[in-house]
Design a binder for this molecule. Structure first.
Ligand SMILES: NC(=O)c1ccc[n+]([C@@H]2O[C@H](COP(=O)([O-])OP(=O)(O)OC[C@H]3O[C@@H](n4cnc5c(N)ncnc54)[C@H](OP(=O)(O)O)[C@@H]3O)[C@@H](O)[C@H]2O)c1
Length: 213
């Protein structure tokens, strides 16, 4: 049986992913890791095992990894630099058999989003250089672990109608504003395809709305 550990489960991005798992992958077991369970929807607090801790601390993650086969992490923010190292260290300590990790990173860390004057996306490199450096390290950290991974670098995650998907690898650095948006549910679907079908194997990629479905 597949068991997915969702880190950063209180985030809207992870919430869309959890909802997709519930509707489209009902045979998959779900475990949630959060700092503050009170921020979760009440039904999730009773439906799933909840693990509480700091994602930057490997020992906090160890109890959550029991029987886990897949990891989805939407842990974000400028104070989360150690979270990938902590996760990989916890996996190594527990010898958990993880088939794939999906990591939600930040659009703009390669200067790929042509964000003009707006104070986000590629401006992240100048506003938060330490955070950007940590995000740029992720592919090397995951590659060294030997675990299959996908890093998604979304632009602006939005609600709205689902679409097809446009993806770009890090060497493509001309993403215009028309490709900033990605629908939350479409994005959750891409994450599930990466996690369970090994799509986007060992890639870091941007994700944007494509043609209407
Ligand atoms: N929203 C967008 O348009 C967008 C665009 C590009 C990338 N992203 C990325 O997508 C991910 C999710 O973002 P979001 O906008 O949906 O929501 P968010 O509020 O930015 O999500 C951050 C998540 O990380 C958790 N977290 C932060 N530090 C933690 C720690 N030390 N230990 C445990 N958990 C910790 C937060 O928990 P708390 O609830 O306790 O704070 C929250 O669940 C982030 O990585 C973000 O950078 C989002």
């Amino acid at each position: 049986m597949k068991t997915v550990l969702v880190l950063g489960a209180t985030s809207p991005t992870a919430q869309a992913f959890i909802q997709l798992l519930q509707t489209d992958y009902p045979d998959t077991a779900i475990k949630l890791f959060v700092r503050n369970p009170a921020k979760l929807p009440a039904d999730q607090r009773t439906a799933f095992p909840i693990f509480t801790g700091d994602a930057n601390t490997a020992t906090d993650l160890i109890p959550a990894l029991d029987n886990v086969t897949h990891v989805y992490t939407a842990v974000g923010g400028t104070g989360t630099g150690n979270s990938v190292s902590a996760l990989l260290s916890a996996i190594q300590t527990t010898q958990a058999s993880i088939e794939h990790i999906v990591d939600i990173s930040a659009g703009g860390i390669y200067g790929e989003y042509q964000s003009g004057l707006r104070p986000y996306l590629s401006a992240v490199r100048f506003m938060y250089p330490g955070y950007t450096k940590e995000q740029l390290r992720k592919p090397d950290l995951y590659a060294a672990s030997g675990i299959a991974y996908t890093i998604f670098r979304p632009g602006l995650i939005q609600n709205g109608p689902e679409t097809q998907l446009i993806t770009h690898l890090p060497d493509y650095r001309k993403i215009g504003p028309a490709e900033f948006d990605i629908n939350r549910s479409t994005f959750a679907r891409a994450a599930a395809n990466a996690l369970f079908q090994d799509q986007y194997h060992n890639q870091s990629l941007s994700v944007s709305n494509g043609a209407p479905l």
